[in-house]
Design a binder for this molecule. Sequence first.
Ligand code: ZN
Length: 231
Amino acid sequence: MRRREFIAVLSGAAAWPVVAGAQQAGTKHIGAFMSTAPKETFSDGYRQGVIISHKTIGTCRLTPEEFHTAYPKLWVWIQNTLALYEKNAESIASMHFVHLPLYFDHSLLEAAKFIAIDRLPMPPLAAMGLSRFAAFEEGNFNGITYLDRYFIKQTVVNEEAIHFHELIHVIQWRLLGPEGFLVAYANGLDEFGYENSPLEKMAYDAEAAFKRSSAIFDAEKFVEEQVGHLR
Ligand SMILES: [Zn+2]
């Protein structure tokens, strides 16, 4: 039995719990919320009030069986979703951002595409048997990446740093493969919570360096090295 923390995102009148914290295990249900934390801002994450609470639960992390039951459904959902929106996909290069070409190959900026949208399509994880991630499904994000496509909210489509962040995820998907990415993402979320999950932390760390513009670096090499450390 391990101690967990939860983050609940206030979304209007509703409070949506999301797993967070450095010590995580799986959960079957989410309990009451306790303490209030200051507002936090994540580029592809939450821009709303966040409540952190603590609750002890006794279940273990996502099992391989749970993952393998859900994965085929998730894969079909991703492919259908991407097919549905492909006509709206635009290459990153078409945005003519000034800084992204300093960090990414032109071929990636041509091949990867974004879909600007008002509401991001989130997989129905609870319906796929992954009810522990129901809170993630309800999270208010600015962007979400599936393979080499990402959805970005129309309101932030001109924010270069958000494109940078999602491009880090595009590279992660490519290096890990779809199953490898999803299992790593799910386990990271389960074990460490959203902001500390290794694949998100990698994206936020790279994004922070990009925003500082202190030194230009090869973003693809950065992800390659970081992904190598995960294995
Ligand atoms: Zn992210």
